[in-house]
Design a protein. Structure first.
Length: 308
């Protein structure tokens, strides 16, 4: 199948993540309910994937380092998901998606600092564009018409962005360890959600009713969970250095949904910030696979570039 073997599941990931956030704005369930559904659905999808395709022993002593680092990254990932759900509840979906998608730029910077990966000029431009977009969105959300409580989603976005950026770098480090395996990775993902997202949901649940909105809530959660699986299928079949950043394009279907279906207005400055982030996601692709450098025929030699 060539490029379609990874491009098709990657497209599914972008579509599923994007639609899930758009449909979220029509849902009636609380963040706590979504957290519980998310963790429980992960039990089915992640263990199911391991049972069908993997079945490699997660307790293999040879994979201990991989499992330990993967679990650490997944715990940080769990905190990110809590912040993400909280941000989506009260913030504008298109902006929340755009801000959180900028984690790919942060991961690029952290990989340079801690994994000694190489950062070329075009990636620096991408990171700068993300910073500029953040300043624009911060200015917009800090307008006088918005109350302090109304800006709480912005802080949750920042928590999500930072945690996802850190988690990606930890995952890169983990996959350099012996015993690295996607299906073992799925199990660490399930375990981390069970000890972060699920307890948060249970503690903050209160007396929320499950009688309304459960079906739509399940659809949203399934879109997120299946999007995770198609993402790792894409990474497994294609170049991770391209697949991972491009998966951050999930704001595109969200923007389409909220503007065409929900008729949510987006200001000109917000459109500018969204455009900056979406372009930056392409620019921060590692130098050896960067599509812009390839277009200019300026891709560095393989031996000069650190591999993710």
């Amino acid at each position: 199948m060539g490029i379609w073997s990874w491009a098709l599941p990657l497209a599914c990931t972008v579509l599923f993540y994007g639609l899930a956030a758009g449909v979220w704005k029509e849902a009636t369930l609380t963040v706590a309910q979504f957290c519980i559904l998310f963790a429980l659905t992960k039990t089915v999808t992640n263990w199911g994937a391991w049972a069908i395709w993997g079945r490699r022993n997660p307790f293999d002593p040879g994979a201990r380092a991989f499992m330990g680092w993967a679990l650490l990254g997944q715990l940080v990932n769990g905190i990110a998901w809590i912040g993400y759900f909280r941000a989506l509840e009260s913030g504008p979906a298109a902006i929340v998606q755009t801000v959180t998608a900028a984690y790919t730029a942060l991961a690029t910077v952290l990989a340079v600092l801690f994994l000694k990966e190489r950062l070329v000029a075009i990636q620096m431009a991408g990171v700068s564009m993300v910073v500029a977009a953040g300043m624009i969105l911060g200015y917009e959300s800090g307008g006088g018409a918005v109350t302090a409580s109304g800006n709480a989603w912005w802080g949750d976005c920042m928590i999500t962005l930072v945690c996802w950026g850190v988690a990606v770098v930890i995952f890169k480090h983990a996959y350099g360890k012996p015993g690295a395996d996607d299906y073992r990775f799925f199990l660490t993902n399930w375990l981390a959600m069970a000890v972060t997202v699920l307890p948060f949901g249970c503690v903050t649940l209160g007396e929320a009713s499950w009688s309304e909105g459960l079906a739509k809530g399940m659809v949203i959660v399934l879109l997120y969970c299946i999007g995770d699986l198609t993402l790792f299928a894409a990474i497994n079949r294609g170049p991770a250095s391209i697949v991972s950043p491009l998966s951050g394009l999930y704001p595109i279907p969200t923007i389409a949904y909220v503007t065409l279906v929900l008729h949510v207005a987006i200001t000109n400055l917000q459109w500018l910030a969204i455009a900056l982030v979406l372009v930056a996601i392409i620019l921060v692709v590692p130098a050896s696979d960067n599509p812009v450098l390839r277009l200019w025929n300026k891709t560095p030699e393989e031996k000069e570039t650190c591999k993710c």
